[in-house]
Design a protein around this ligand. Structure first.
Ligand code: HEM
Length: 415
């Protein structure tokens, strides 16, 4: 039997990305009970993939590559040019080892201690405040945490500016107009700041401890034994501190989950295993990364669809995390679904799928989980707060998504 892969009749679906947002791919692929679907975006023929089988194909580095897979607007804001996200083959594996070498058990333990210390300091400060916008505050909390963990010196008077720039790089990549322009400026400022620090480390003007991200990026040698260009080292160091700040979005969504599903609070406070299940459900349930792109390495046929060399392919991140074939009642928040989860590499993919070393799966997944567990433990064990009336709704059409109010809490007391 031949099943023809459906193709969009619409000439171009670029605008539909903004209209359908996080559901752009699942509306097309899953609604047709398929893993692949063809459409056109920005004049290009694109294969949309969704679900576990789609993710397996997307992360097959023999069939997909990342050269020219990301639009310039994303590289000039979110990721930086020529960085790990755009690399393939041996050069990518070598660079990935550099990132993975930062994630030792000792480094993760130290990250937990640093995170907890900053929660203590912020909780103290919040006690005297009328109201606290959790997203804004945790961005700064994590900027301080990220810099301390990475060995990046952060002067008190620059904390606000650096926090703003790091989050603008994330929030502005999909924007148009002034917000996007500001996002590009934020990247330029941040690259200059970090590049100067890399040069200082190399010249011995800035102390750096072996094993910290600043030291390892400054001293790293590429496959040919050459040090990274100082700007490149800076871009990769930013690839550590920027996403650490972005974890504030998951913390904000976690606070929303505690509010919407209050029965989770006592269990998260008292049971370590439940705390992990709650954290995984926050990462699965709430929208963060909508989809990712790659290019076809060479012509091949998969599920009766002819993939053509150089063709753009997009994997459905949000939709795979909500795929009814993988998750029972996917649109309900059920941490205990992870009691029976087998740790699949291609089903829970908020930070990408597959093997860390062989492909592009996020090397920061463990630190993200550790920071979230530490934060949720702190919130449930050491904080008392009220949630005033506010608009905490979020839209699946706005990427990246966030509760409108940033999640406000008041009458904060440390326990
Ligand atoms: C890659 C998400 C936190 C560093 C990725 C990818 C996603 C992702 C979706 C792309 C996977 C792909 O291209 O196939 C997230 C989310 C985070 C987070 C949602 C939490 C808010 C972190 C942290 C770090 C980090 C804390 C560093 C400490 C990176 C790097 C890559 C990456 C360097 C590129 C990997 C590669 O191309 O091989 N992340 N990430 N991320 N992430 Fe994360």
């Amino acid at each position: 039997m031949t099943v023809k892969v459906p193709k969009d009749r619409t000439i171009d679906n670029t605008l539909a990305i903004f209209k359908d947002g996080y559901e752009f791919i699942s509306k097309r692929v899953q609604n047709n009970h398929l893993d692949v679907y063809e459409t056109r975006v920005l004049g290009e023929k694109v294969a949309l993939l969704s679900g576990e089988e789609g993710a397996k194909l997307f992360y097959d580095t023999n069939r997909m590559n990342r050269k020219n897979a990301l639009p310039g607007r994303v590289l000039k804001t979110l990721f930086g040019e020529d960085a790990i996200q755009t690399m393939d083959g041996k050069a990518h594996t070598h660079r990935k080892l550099l990132f993975m070498s930062l994630m030792t058990p000792e480094a993760l333990a130290s990250l937990k201690v640093i995170t907890n210390k900053h929660w203590d300091q912020f909780a103290n400060k919040w006690e005297g405040k009328k109201k606290v916008v959790l997203y804004d505050e945790t961005r700064e909390l994590l900027c301080r945490t990220a810099c301390e963990w990475a060995g990046v010196p952060l002067k008190e008077k620059e904390v606000e500016k650096r926090t703003r720039d790091l989050s603008n790089m994330i929030d502005g990549f999909s924007a148009v107009g002034p917000k996007h322009i500001e996002s590009r400026r934020a990247r330029k400022r941040t690259e200059k700041w970090i590049e100067d620090l890399i040069l200082d480390v190399r010249e011995g003007k800035q102390q750096a401890q072996k094993g910290t991200a600043i030291y390892e990026m400054a001293m790293h040698k590429d496959l040919h034994g050459n040090p990274l260009d100082a700007r490149m080292a800076a871009i990769e160091l930013i690839n550590v501190i920027r996403p650490l700040v972005a974890i504030s979005k998951f913390i904000t969504f976690g606070a929303l989950a505690f509010y919407q599903f209050p029965r989770t609070i006592a269990k998260a406070a008292n049971e370590d295993d439940y705390l992990l299940r709650f954290t995984q459900e926050v990462r699965r349930y709430y929208p963060f990364v909508p989809f990712l792109g790659a290019r076809v390495d060479h012509d091949f046929t998969w599920q009766q669809y002819d993939f053509k060399e150089g063709q753009l392919v997009m994997i459905d991140i949000y939709g795979t995390n909500h795929d009814p074939r993988l998750w029972e009642n996917p649109d309900e928040f059920i941490p205990d679904r992870f009691l029976n989860w087998n740790g699949g590499l291609y089903d829970l993919i908020p930070q990408g799928g597959g093997d860390y070393y062989k492909g592009h799966r996020c090397p920061g997944e463990q630190p993200t989980i550790e920071i979230l567990k530490t934060s949720f433990r702190y919130m449930t064990n050491h904080l008392d707060y009220e949630v005033p009336k506010q608009d905490y709704s979020y839209s699946l059409r706005k990427m990246p998504a966030l509760p409108k109010s940033g999640f406000i809490i008041k009458n904060v007391h440390r326990q």
